[in-house]
Every structure is written in structure tokens, then in C-alpha cells.
Design a protein around this ligand. Sequence first.
Ligand code: GLC
Ligand code: MG
Length: 539
Amino acid sequence: MGNTGWWQHGVIYQIYPRSFMDSDGDGVGDLPGILERLDHLTWLGVDAIWLSPIHPSPMDDFGYDVSDYTGVDPVFGTMDDLDRLVAAAHARGVRVLLDWVPNHTSDQHPWFRASRSSRDDPRRDWYVWRDPRPDGGPPSNWLRYVGDSAWRWDQATGQFYYRVFLDSQPDLNWRNPAVQEAMFDTLRFWLARGIDGFRIDALVVLVEDDQLRDNPPNPGYRPGRDLPYMRELSVWNVNRPETRELAARMRKVVDELGDDRVLLAELGLPLEQIVAYYGDSDGIQVPFNFELLTTAWDASVIAGYVDRYLAALPAGAWPNWVLGNHDTPRVATRLGPAQARVAAMLLLTLPGTPTLYQGEELGLEDVPIPPGQVLDPIARLVPGRGRDPERTPMPWDGDPGAGFSTGRPWLPVGDGNRARNVAAQRDDPASMLTLHRRLLGLRRQTPALVTGAYHRVEAAGDVLAYVRAAPGARWLVALNLGPSPARLAVPGPSLAGRVALSTHPGRDGQPVGGSLELAGDEGVVVECESGSPAPTSIS
Ligand code: GLC
Ligand code: MG
């Protein structure tokens, strides 16, 4: 595969459209809003935007319940608005990726309305319908995400349908070739309109065992800590071999229009299973690596994972890193604001494609949602797991609507996040936004940080340090993952150099010799004096 694809060099920015920018004052972000704020993204320096779903939807799961895969929901605008956004993004050299939700539709999709209308309907087999067991119970013991049976009884037709997420998100039957073709056609529709690729939602639950074999219990289940469905080992309804085969076919569809279109996929699997989704011409280019979303924030743990991950990648596979998304608490809430800066440096200097979730460049924190204003249905189904706090609007300025909306934002902006707005941070050399912009700028100018080899230098105590090296260039990244000052003994003269960028302003240009002092919660990128033999690149 080499390392030539735009998506290998680029940084992918995830937009949650409801919360990015509202152009019409209804309190919900929209496509003309994204267009209005495109300059922010090019100024920041991202290469691609991935839009969470924008299709017609009852919004039970805020767009992840699609009722028309080839349309645009009026709350977000029109097809023309999307075409304009894509054209404007392309004119700025920014690619546009859509979120594709193949596992399930909305129950309001015409396919499901037909499917549930009668057992004889031609669409019946487009979803997963089964008779009860002889005792009247569900067809298998499989659990859905929120922990109860994944089978939902349908009184009218006397069968169960399968659904991993909400009742209103019935799973499609991907064993049916007509479903496959209809869904592949939705990809073709958007590719022909100039869309540069897709993030595949919930790929791992696409297909289930056709014999409905029961899952075994999970002996390692930690009640209260693990999601409730984890009390079973989901061996028969998650990550089935058929899903991997279908991923290959998705890749073929996406390659029909050339090789610069890309597939990202949400898998949420251990790394040994993630890497199986790679494949030169029959795999997913970016099977998401979610490790940084949940890892213990510990130098040896993170360095150990990097080693195992890079070693597990098949030849030609390109790594990737995800630090935040619309399903996970904000980085600054998880790690604290000071470590969020170090984490940004880690994300943007590890080998592989980073995805950056909107607002992380501002250091946004989770917004506590008052009980009466909770909107995410998951918050009701799994208390404590609601995702509203990380989906609150982008603050653009200090106005009451934060420059996001002239109306009442659909979720509260939060006073803390309002103060972290773009206008307030843009010209502040010490801001999180400036740090992100400088990191992105440095990546762009520094091939070693993008395609260079990775060598671990130190992973002890709170210090994580590594070198990125390319012919004639060596860059040292040294991160202090704790609040106390730390020292890295820089081994050998080959790592001496100058600080190119620190999370702590004021260190630029400082020489680095035999050792490197790091303040608490500080990370630095050091440009080393070259002259030492250049290791080979990572791919
Ligand atoms: C994915 C999405 C999440 C959604 C779920 C169901 O995990 O990221 O937001 O609720 O799929 O589509
Ligand atoms: Mg609007």
C-alpha cells in the first residue's frame, strides 16, 4: 500500500452536525452552518471532515436511525446545501466523509414499515425476524447494547425482530443479497456525488449466527464497570466471519471510483481482531483503534500498547488513533485540562492517522445536563452512560448562544465551555486551540512525524518518549503524563536538538542536551540534530 494516500498523511476531523453551527436559529446545527465555519477548519489545518449522520431520521438516536440513506434531513438543510459544502470543502483541499449506518435502519424507514406489515411482505426478509422458542421466549440469549434481550417481540405479526440498539433501530438482514445490493447502492450514490469516503457505523454487529447459537457467560464481567451486555461473551452475534467478508465487498464498492476514497470503521474490538479488518484491496483502510479512549493513562501501558499494535499490523497496514468521539466523555474531563494538552501531542505525533473530534481542539469539557434536559435515550437505558455531555454545541464566541445559534441551543453550551470559545482562544499563544493549530502545522511541515519510523525511547514512571525518524531527520517526543516535574535522560548525542513545540509556551527553541527537564503535565517535541543514521520509515 505504501504511504501515499491522502488519508495516511491527513488529520480527520469529526463533525457532529447538530452541534457544530446553527445557521437558521432553530437551535440545531446544520450544513449551511458547517459551510460558514469551514474557515475555522482550514485555519486549524485539518485534511478531511467526517460528518456524523445527516440523513432523514426521526432522530431517536440523533441521526443514527436513518429513514432515507440518500437524502438530507431538513433539520440539516437540503441536498443543495450538502453539494455546496462539498464543493467549498474540495476547493479548500478538504475531503468530506459521511457516516454510513449499515447495521440498522430507523423503524420508520419504508423498508421496515413494509417488513413489519406482514409475514408475507416481500421486505419481510430484509430484517431479522424469528419465531419464539417453544417456551415462548426469545430465539437466542443474545443481549443488546443496553443489556436486555436483543430480540423485540412484535405482537402484530407474532415474531421477534433483532435489534442491537434501540427498539426503533431494527437490524437489517445482511444475509439477504437484496439488502446488500440496496445498501451498496447507497454508497455508490454518494461516491458519485463526490463524497470521499465513509465512516462505517457499528460494523462489528452487522451479521449474526444463522443458527442462533446462545452466547456463553463472560466469567470476567465486572458489574457496574462493564456495559451490561458484557455479562455475555458475544461470540455468536458480534464480529462474525461473514462481516469480514462483507467489509471486503464494501471496499470493492468504494474502489469502483478510484483508489482515493477511504473507509473508516467503528469496530470496538481488541487489537488482534481489529487488524483482521485490514487488507490491501479487500479491507478497511482505517479500522478504528479506540485504545486511547479507554486506556489507563500510564506511560508503560500506552507504550506497550503502541508496540503491540504496530507489531500486529499486517504488512502495508496503516495505523490510526482516536482520542475522542461523540460516544465518549471529553478528553479534558477524562484526563484533566492539563493532561488534555499532553494527550493532543500524543495523538498528533504517534505514527498513524489521527481523528480529532470537534471541540477537542478547544479543550471542551463534558457539560452536566440537568435531569429534565437529558435527551440521549441511552441515558435512560444505561444510567450514567448518557452521551449528551460530550455532544453539546461548539462555542464560537462568548455570546449567550456562544455564536453557535441565535436561538436556544438543543443542548446547553455550558458556562465553562462558553468561556473556552474559539474567538477567545484564537490569538492566545497559550491556548489549547493554538497548541492544536501548531501541532497540525508541524505535522504538515514534518514528514518524519507523519511517515517516519517510531522508536520507543522511554516509558518509565510518568515519562513516555519516542523518536520519529525519517531519512536525515529525527524528532523526539517526550511527554510527562503526570503532574510532577520529570527528567528524561536523553541517550546519546544523536537526540540532542532544540524544542520545536511544547505544551507549555515559552520553551520554543530551547536547546536540549544530555537530559531533558519536563514540567508537570508537559509534553515537548524536539527537533534533533541530524547526522545519525536514518532508520527506515514505518511503511
Ligand atoms: C455507533 C454510534 C453511536 C450510535 C450507535 C448506533 O456506536 O457511534 O452514536 O448510537 O452506533 O447507531
Ligand atoms: Mg438549524
